[in-house]
Design a binder for this molecule. Structure first.
Ligand code: C2E
Ligand code: CA
Ligand code: CA
Length: 558
């Protein structure tokens, strides 16, 4: 298009030159004769001038057209990804402004692409390799190792990061992550200095949130990996200064070794992840090597979690009740509700097999709600049978942590028209000691309505007696460990006696658990226990069996 218009301009220009030279030839004719020969001469001169000027214009046009073609070809190459080749010299010679513009355009596009690349490969908070980049680099590093070469992959998960993020805010959380990355860099740098051979450089990545990875291709053996993990734990165990505050976090580390636990990055990441999960469940700020047994435990655990979800949906749970013998006063026996799971394949399972998993996964909330609702229904059922037995239920920390716990209890009692004084809540000693003030206030309001609060498993935790005195509590249940030896050992007797005295001294009732023999029962009575629970009184039983047991007792007493 451009060259066509340039050509037509060249033709017009040549035509003009021809016309001018024709006129000039005639005008400059001294004798002013315009015969045929003179005109022919003027025409010839005009044609020669036109051809000459057309030829020279045409040459310039052709060069510009060629330069434009080259510029178009260069742009086509750029469109196919070539941003590095220089602008062709023909373009620069004939169209220098266009050449400058093309150079500037390619330079800018290259720099934009570099920025996009950096964003895609590095985590903007810590400037560490992001997941994609870490995977790619680590894959490459692992592939470059010789068959028997040793390497370790550390999966590092911060321990209390969520709490920092929640309390100090995301900006401070990001600042903390940046500082964590710097400490990891320092550990990697120390490793690099102690082992400067090529290909031995550690690679650090941030996978997501508070998860970091470190690939160490330059180690010699397991103890080397353990040493680095210890260094990381130490580095992250030191307090961080965030916005003038000292923040303690720490980390849990899972370690996978090449070639022992796998050769591919995928296998090593999976192994290190499993190991990290165990390090965390062992109590944080720990490192843990992967092993086959760990993988099995994890598989069992995840199967249990799946079965639990399914079991809740399929209503595979029921309650059994264990009555307590009231010694002081002769009120009707209080019954403790205990969960049972009728597993379709494994048969009946006791709470010890599934409550810990339910607590860890949070499924205890659903199970606990089911228990509360079921107990409400049972109380209303018993009321219709003329039975006035209080039911005690076990409460998990997760349930108490959840807002509106007391509201849900009240609601369930109201739905089933069950009076609050027929409900007792059992909180373990350790849970009771950790209870925040607002929860204690909620419990106190429930207690003011008549609900009985008891401390369970007393003697297994550490109680602060001052705090216990201030708590809204009615009863304290002595754990089985305090009852167990009283018939065999003088010391055990002394301790049980002292504990019962202490509970009474605080103004609460003492209930003994796990009472298995008549001898124990007699001793506990003599020590002044207010109630006893255990196989010597009755085993936990389903609702029908319990109603028969209660009726039989009632008949025997009358
Ligand atoms: P716990 O609250 O200390 O409950 C008493 C446990 O001791 C029950 O075990 C009961 O069957 C057992 N037991 C009763 N008498 C005797 C005895 O004379 N000797 C011996 N050796 N054991 C006796 P179970 O039913 O297996 O429950 C175990 C634990 O599971 C309970 O301990 C409680 O902490 C928890 N649990 C049970 N049901 C629930 C529930 O609905 N919610 C929550 N959060 N936890 C529950
Ligand atoms: Ca209990
Ligand atoms: Ca108990």
């Amino acid at each position: 298009m451009e060259s066509t218009s340039l050509k037509s301009r060249a033709i017009a220009f040549a035509f003009c030159i021809g016309a001018v030279s024709f006129i000039l030839t005639l005008v400059t004719n001294a004798d002013r004769t315009f015969d045929t020969a003179r005109i022919a001469q003027a025409v010839t001169i005009a044609i020669i001038c036109s051809i000459m000027s057309w030829a020279s214009a045409e040459r310039a046009v052709a060069s510009v057209a060629e330069a434009v073609d080259r510029a178009i070809a260069r742009l086509t190459m750029a469109a196919h990804g070539d941003l590095l080749s220089p602008t062709p010299s023909g373009v620069r010679d004939h169209l220098p402004h266009l050449a400058d513009a093309l150079d500037g355009l390619f330079r800018q596009t290259r720099s934009n692409l570099e920025s996009v690349n950096t964003l895609a490969m590095y985590d903007p908070v810590t400037s560490l390799a992001n997941r994609l980049n870490f995977r790619r680099e680590a894959d490459r590093m692992l592939q470059e190792l010789a068959e028997r070469d040793f390497a370790a992959l550390l999966f590092i998960d911060l321990d209390h990061f969520k709490a920092v993020n929640d309390t100090l805010g995301h900006a401070q959380g990001d600042q903390l992550l940046g500082k964590v990355a710097n400490r990891l860099r320092a550990v990697a740098e120390a490793e690099r200095e102690s082992n400067p051979r090529p290909g031995a450089d550690p690679l650090i990545g941030r996978l997501a949130g508070d998860e970091f990875t470190m690939l160490l291709p330059g180690l010699n053996d397991r103890s080397d990996a353990e040493r680095v993990a210890r260094r990381v734990l130490f580095a992250l165990g030191e307090p961080f200064d965030i916005a003038g505050q000292q923040v303690d976090i720490g980390a849990s580390i899972g370690i996978a070794l090449r070639p022992e636990h796998g050769r591919s990055l995928t296998a090593l990441m999976k192994a290190a992840d499993i190991a990290m999960y165990h390090a965390k469940s062992r109590g944080r700020s720990q490192s843990q090597f992967y092993s086959e047994e760990l993988a099995e435990t994890l598989a069992e655990r995840s199967q249990l979690e799946k079965d639990l979800r399914h079991g809740i949906a399929q209503k595979q749970f029921s309650l059994v009740f264990q009555p307590q013998l009231q010694i002081a006063g002769d009120g009707p026996p209080v019954c403790e509700a205990l969960l049972r799971w009728h597993h379709p394949v494994l048969g009946d399972r006791l709470p010890g097999d599934f409550i810990p998993a339910a607590e860890e996964t949070g499924l205890i909330i659903q199970l606990g709600d089911w228990v509360i609702d079921n107990v409400g229904r049972t109380l209303s059922n018993w009321a219709s049978l003329g039975l006035q037995h209080r039911i005690a239920i076990n409460i998990s920390p997760r349930q108490l942590e959840r807002a509106g716990f007391v509201h849900r209890i009240r609601q369930s009692l109201a739905v089933h028209m069950a009076p609050p004084h027929l409900l007792e809540l059992e909180l373990t000693e350790s849970l009771a000691m950790k209870c925040p003030d607002d929860v204690l206030a909620d419990l106190a309001s429930l207690r003011a309505d008549g609900t009985v609060i008891s401390i369970d498993d007393f003697g297994t935790g550490f109680s602060n007696l001052g705090r216990m005195l201030a708590m809204p509590v009615d009863r304290v249940k002595l754990d089985r460990c305090l009852v167990d030896g009283i018939t065999r050992s003088e010391e055990a007797r002394t301790i049980a006696h002292a504990v019962i005295g202490l509970i009474h001294g605080l103004g609460y009732q003492a209930v003994a658990e796990g009472v298995e023999s008549e001898e124990q029962l007699a001793m506990l009575k003599a020590m002044g226990c207010d109630a006893v629970q255990g196989y010597a009184v009755a085993v936990p039983m389903d609702e029908d069996a319990l109603i028969r047991w209660l009726a039989a007792r009632h008949q025997a007493a009358s």
